[in-house]
Design a protein around this ligand. Structure first.
Ligand SMILES: [Mg+2]
Ligand SMILES: [Zn+2]
Length: 97
């Protein structure tokens, strides 16, 4: 499935309710899922992590829908290299912690 197809699927499933709720409250739901992902990573449970990655991604896509952002178009800036250094293999100063 392409990112655009997934965004359309999520839009159909959730966006009417999410637009009613609004971006600020929708972001709080996204943040909650973000926390669940952090907990799953800390617990080192692969199945849990998989589920939470999906939840975080779905809520990110929902937020993009609420704000009218086309994610497939938005990520194009990465297809020509790192947005920081323009290289296909990033040579920006390492962000190790
Ligand atoms: Mg979750
Ligand atoms: Zn870079």
């Amino acid at each position: 499935m392409q990112i655009r197809e997934f965004q359309q699927l999520i839009d159909k499933m959730y966006s009417e309710r999410d637009r009613q709720r609004g971006p600020a409250k929708t972001f709080i739901w996204f943040a909650e899922e973000f926390g669940e992902l952090a907990r799953a990573i800390a617990r080192r449970k692969h199945d849990e992590m998989e589920g939470e990655f999906a939840d975080v991604f779905a809520w990110l896509v929902t937020l993009a829908n609420v704000e009218g952002i086309d994610l497939e178009a938005a990520i194009q800036k990465f297809t020509t290299g790192c947005p920081g250094c323009r290289q296909m293999v990033c040579v920006c100063a390492a962000k190790m912690d």
